[in-house]
Design a protein. Sequence first.
Length: 183
Amino acid sequence: MLQRFFATALAIFVVLLGGCSATSGLQAYVDSYDGYEFLYPRGWVQVQVEDPVDVVFHDIIETTENVSVVVNTVASTKSLEELGSPEEVGDRLLRNIIAPSESGRSSALIAATSQKADDKTYYILEYAVTLPGDGNTAQQRHNLSSIAVSRGKVYTLSVSAPEERWPKVEDQFKTIVSSFTVY
């Protein structure tokens, strides 16, 4: 009787502990045609997009929380390092794409790092963006991106949330960014 109790308790503990993994609540998205994959939250829905955005998923409740992948062709670039350091690439991304001067948006690079996985280099960028608005209507956003080069293309996965939601989603968004793989 006591053995059965401990065996049952152990089985329940193992099942519950399995739900505490860093990837619990996430599911895989695989694009074998374009050559990338990543994890995204269960229950998020895919949104119709246009080039160069390849895919976008967003939360059905917090619709401004999203993950996207942009794929661009790059002439003669064989590696991410040829585009510059993580800081240089981050500065160019913010200045030319995220918050160009005519957009009314402002941005700040918080962190820029480099990591290797499966012989590929990934730049991980963290940045803040302020969307235009007057006074209290300007929205503060927090973003993470993973950038990689493969087969003559630059792949950028980005996750974004309103700044006030960042503390709740930060760990999950970091898991999403670190799950991004190109091949």
